[in-house]
Structure formats: structure tokens, C-alpha cells
Design a protein around this ligand. Structure first.
Ligand code: KIV
Length: 286
């Protein structure tokens, strides 16, 4: 069992901000764990940032299991959370249970679903089975078609009601936390005050119990990032520069340098061996 448990995350509410980041493979999860993340999240955002899809709707259970397995092998301290992809839990709750089990068996400590109120029975069932669940309200990217795009939520009164209803339903069903994505900060604050479980914001302002960002966004892998992201590095440019330098070195015969290869010190010894090898191969014929 890893050091950071859902119970520990719940206890952090009001005491210490929770920090969560996505990771989709072994090396990034290793670095995220070393950097002291509380939660390392295999998000279905991998469809967009790893597989180049225009949205998250085509992410499969197989992909989630595959990436969860890689991440879980790297993480010793943080809680590993895995996303339930679109279509893996909404159509048939029994299938939702089976799919959550697959993610836990791949090494996740908990699963995340988008929505709250609509899936309260599934959440209850998973929690009763011993599978910790995080919910997700506000902008739920799996419903972006219905929402009318990736847009700021919580201006309309019905949206405030839906967001709060989701969070309260998740709390009642036994979820250990809820992500609030791209809402007006006042709405995220209201939810944070109204529920006893931690709220983890992304583009939802400072009045929440923690923050989550996508790996590729905060590290500056891509040029286009959501407006609420703070870019902590420019890794994309650094990688490009390194590759350009490598290319230059190869084209200019600067790599490999003398320190990167090994030669026979005794050239006569090599000549003798070479002759014998060539003779033997000649005898063998084609
Ligand atoms: O899939 C994801 O990365 C997410 C975060 C935006 C919370 O759901």
C-alpha cells in the first residue's frame, strides 16, 4: 500500500493544500512522485496530450489500463488515481464496476468518474466494494458536446445548482474528493464550504482544497494551453533544442566524440582476427 491514502487526502482538507498532477508513463510518474505530489493522476486527457486526439471521447479502457500499469510501477508515495474513460461506466453500471476493478488491478489506488449526481449509485457500490472514488464536476470534458465546448461554468443559476448537487451527491455516496474544473471561483468556493470532502480545482481559482494540472500543460510541452494554466517550464523548447543540437552534431560529424566509442588498442590483434573471420565466412559460402 502506498503512503498516501484516500483517508490522508480527506484529512488534508482545511489543513494543507492538496497537489495533484497527471502522469501517463513510468518516467514521468517517477519524477512526479519524487517531486512530492500528493496524487498522481492517469487522466483520460492522455487521449489529447499523448495520442493527439481532438477530445477525450475516444479513450479506451485498454489505454487506461496500459498507462495505469506503467504509472503504478513508478509510484511509491503518492496516491495513484486512474480515470474511467467515456462510455466505460455510464451505459451499464455493472460494466462500470468491472472496469473500475480493472484499473485497481492495474495498480491504481482509486478511480475518478466525471459527474456526480447521475452516478451516485455506482459511486456507492464501488465504495462499498472497497474502491475509493473521486468525482468531477463543473466542466466535465466527456460531456463537452452537451456543454457546448470547453467553457467556463457556473454563471447560470442552473449550473451552480448542478455543480453543487453533484458535489453533495458524491459526498453522500462516499467519494473521497471531487475535482471542480473551469468554474467561476465563487462557485468553487461555495462547493468547498458546502461539502466535507476535499475539492480539487483546475481553472477554478484559489478557494478550493487543492489544485490539479495536466503534465504537458504545466511543463510547456505544447504551445497552446488552457488560459488557467501556469507554465512552470518550457520543456518543449528544451527538447527541440537538444534534438537540433544532436542533428547538427551528426550531420557535422561531431557525434560520436572520442569519449563515446571504443577501439582496439592493438590494431595487429584486430587485423589477425579480421582475417580469420573473413576466411571462415568465405569458406562457409553464401
Ligand atoms: O483527464 C484529466 O486530466 C482530468 C483533469 C483535467 C482533472 O480530468
Amino acid at each position: 500500500m502506498r503512503e498516501t491514502t484516500p483517508r490522508k487526502i480527506i484529512e488534508m482538507k482545511g489543513k494543507e493544500p492538496i497537489v495533484m498532477v497527471t502522469a501517463y508513463d513510468y518516467p514521468s510518474a517517477l519524477i512526479a512522485d519524487r517531486a512530492g505530489m500528493d496524487i498522481i493522476f492517469v487522466g483520460d486527457s492522455l487521449g489529447m496530450v499523448v495520442y493527439g486526439e481532438p477530445n477525450t471521447l475516444n479513450v479506451s479502457m485498454e489505454q487506461m489500463v496500459f498507462h495505469t500499469r506503467a504509472v503504478s510501477k513508478a509510484v511509491k508515495r503518492a496516491l495513484v488515481l486512474a480515470d474511467m474513460p467515456f462510455g466505460s461506466y455510464e451505459i451499464d453500471p455493472e460494466e462500470g464496476v468491472r472496469n473500475a476493478v480493472k484499473l485497481i488491478q492495474a495498480g491504481a489506488d482509486a478511480v475518478k468518474i466525471e459527474g456526480g449526481y447521475d452516478h451516485r449509485k455506482l459511486v456507492k457500490k464501488l465504495v462499498r466494494m472497497g474502491i475509493p472514488v473521486m468525482g468531477h464536476t463543473g466542466l466535465t470534458p466527456q460531456r463537452y458536446l452537451r456543454l457546448g465546448g470547453y467553457r467556463l461554468m457556473g454563471e447560470a443559476e442552473e449550473e451552480i445548482e448542478e455543480i453543487l448537487r453533484d458535489a453533495k451527491a458524491l459526498e453522500r455516496a462516499g467519494a473521497f474528493a471531487v475535482v471542480i474544473e473551469f468554474t467561476l471561483a465563487d462557485v468553487a468556493k461555495l462547493v468547498t464550504e458546502e461539502v466535507s470532502i476535499p475539492t480539487i480545482g483546475i481553472g477554478a481559482g484559489p478557494y478550493v482544497d487543492g489544485q490539479v494540472l495536466v503534465w504537458h500543460d504545466l511543463l510547456g510541452i505544447y504551445e497552446n494551453i488552457p488560459p488557467f494554466v501556469k507554465k512552470y517550464a518550457d520543456i518543449g523548447s528544451m527538447i527541440q533544442l537538444a534534438l537540433e543540437n544532436y542533428r547538427e552534431d551528426v550531420k557535422g560529424l561531431q557525434f560520436p566524440g572520442r569519449e563515446h566509442y571504443w577501439e582496439y588498442l592493438d590494431k595487429n590483434d584486430f587485423e589477425r582476427k579480421k582475417r580469420r573471420v573473413l576466411e571462415r565466412l568465405e569458406e562457409e559460402g553464401p
